[in-house]
Write a protein that binds this ligand. Structure first.
Ligand code: ADP
Ligand code: MG
Length: 486
């Protein structure tokens, strides 16, 4: 009892954590945010630069319409207000990879505001408030080492959307759930590839702690540039504990930017946090205010795809799936499409869900593969489940055939034929096997008749063994009951 209570205390924190996330997504446009030069990843250094992205004096920025369309799409998908007028502003700071000496961003008048992102936590939906979404251009990249520093300007001017959440996230798990839904959303919308390793989906986590939910917010620190969900979660956990510890020792939390050392599992100070006024934001005089009319919003959102949470709800209602199964199946667009392709008349949708979530994902997992490496096309799994539904094979055999399908491209009926494992549905044939089992186990028969009901399972097992898993299970049960009662 005391031990159980202690174990629970260990998972429940003695303090309240407050988290706000800033996500930067790199947009999949063909050209940069304010110039006609191409965006690229993995090209030779400084191959994709032009006077504008290089910040040459006299060059003028022109806003890429695709960027605006993508911002509207993401804004609408998250229920934001799309501002009819927003302003592109200069964010001034010096850095070698920022040739203009400022980044074009948005400040007090962003394109989107006041949205929400629904996330699922322990089966409950929680709406995470989105403060704003704004357009921004990326900086170049500095590379240090080899006796000096080099700069690659390919990334300079690449379009980004920054999505800022309200400080309403309460744990590392919630933060991870939010990021996963957000990443899936930008992929579903086709605005970003969401690739974290390549930096097209980046997250800064703002973290503070306070004794209870009713206390005012504490001072926050900002954790920058963490490139995996797992590390973000660990960094938040570590940082919250560090802050609480410091406060317990009478120290003050300084507002600062910190980095996460994945190897040591610790965060460390990078620089003191700059305030907005340090950036000397002002409207970029080279760019007019961004005016968006209702017609454009209507146009852009006309081909809004089904959103991840809408699909999850549809899977629950249309296929009768549990929230959990619907969540697993819709967490990835490819997986969701696969599931829908397998479901067909005559096969129970829940059976398909079980096969996809347990058998297929299990088998892929075992091999360390993802859906893109799945060798079992939807038609083949559907074929297998049709054989099962039509009593052509037993559930046990279906699993064996499924395993074989990983090794060959053959259709399931062909595999079944070559294995010689069709289900035995002929009553006489099953009767013969039952008779054999009864004859071979006189001791057990006597005990069963003497009241040891549990032995029924033994007889079923024997019939399956003799028939090599091929006897029709229902028929087996019926005939066994009848024969054993004789
Ligand atoms: P900055 O440019 O200074 O990073 P932003 O407005 O872009 O400011 O982002 C601030 C982020 O910090 C938001 O996600 C917000 O929710 C979060 N935040 C604000 N106050 C706190 C706090 N006390 N604890 C944790 N997060 C906070
Ligand atoms: Mg910010």
């Amino acid at each position: 009892m005391a031990q159980a209570a202690q174990a629970q205390d260990a998972t429940q924190k003695a303090y309240d954590t407050v988290i706000g996330l800033e996500v930067h997504v790199q947009l999949m446009t063909k050209t940069k945010a304010f110039s006609a030069c191409a965006t690229s990843f993995g090209a030779e250094e400084n191959e994709f630069i032009c006077p504008v992205s290089f910040g040459l004096p006299g060059s003028l920025p022109v806003l890429n319409k695709r960027v605006v369309e993508m911002a509207i799409l993401l804004g609408k998908a998250t229920g934001c207000t799309i501002n009819h007028e927003s302003v592109l502003a200069r964010k001034n700071y010096f850095y070698p990879d920022l040739p203009k000496g400022y980044q074009i961003s948005q400040y007090d008048k962003p394109i989107c505001e006041h949205g929400t992102l629904p996330i699922l936590l322990d089966g409950e939906v929680k709406n995470i408030g989105i403060t704003r979404i704004h357009i921004e251009e990326d900086a170049g990249k500095s590379m240090h080492g080899g006796g000096g520093s080099l700069i690659d300007f390919n990334r300079a001017g690449t379009p980004l959307l920054e999505i800022v959440s309200e400080p309403v996230i309460r744990s590392a798990d919630e933060a991870t759930a939010y990021l996963k839904v957000m990443r899936q959303l930008v992929r579903t919308l086709g605005v970003s590839d969401g690739n974290m390793e390549e930096g097209s989906f980046r997250c800064d986590a703002n973290v503070s702690v306070r004794p209870t939910q009713n206390d005012p917010f504490g001072t926050r620190t900002e954790l920058k540039n963490i490139n995996s969900f797992r590390f973000i979660s660990r960094a938040i956990e570590y940082e919250a504990d560090r802050q609480w510890d410091a406060l317990q020792h009478g120290e003050k939390i300084v507002q600062e930017t910190r980095l996460y050392d994945a190897e040591k599992g610790r965060t460390y100070s990078m620089r003191s946090k700059e305030e907005a006024h340090d950036y000397r934001y002002f409207p970029d005089p080279d760019l007019l205010p961004l005016v968006i009319d209702d017609a454009m919003i209507k146009d852009v959102t006309a081909d809004m795809p089904e959103l991840p949470w809408q699909r999850r709800e549809r899977f629950e209602s249309a296929f009768g799936l549990s929230t959990y199964d619907a969540e697993v199946l819709t967490a990835d667009d490819t997986l969701a499409a696969y599931y829908e392709a397998v479901v067909t008349d005559g096969i129970d949708a829940k059976t398909v869900a079980n096969w996809v979530t347990s058998e297929l994902l299990g088998a892929l997992n075992q091999r360390g593969w993802d859906m893109s490496q799945n060798p079992i096309g939807a038609d083949r799994l559907q074929g297998l489940l049709k054989l099962l539904a039509a009593d052509k094979i037993t559930g046990k055999i279906a699993k064996e055939v499924f395993a074989k399908m990983f090794e060959t491209d053959d259709a399931p009926d062909k595999i079944v034929a070559s294995m010689g494992v069709e289900q035995i549905n002929d009553e006489g044939a099953v009767e013969a096997i039952v008779a054999q089992v009864i004859a071979e186990n006189p001791g057990q028969v006597e005990q069963f008749k003497g009241g040891k009901d549990k032995l029924f399972g033994f007889f079923v097992g024997q019939v399956m063994k003799v028939s090599r898993g091929q006897a029709n299970p229902q028929l087996t049960q019926e005939i066994l009951r009848r024969k054993l009662a004789e």
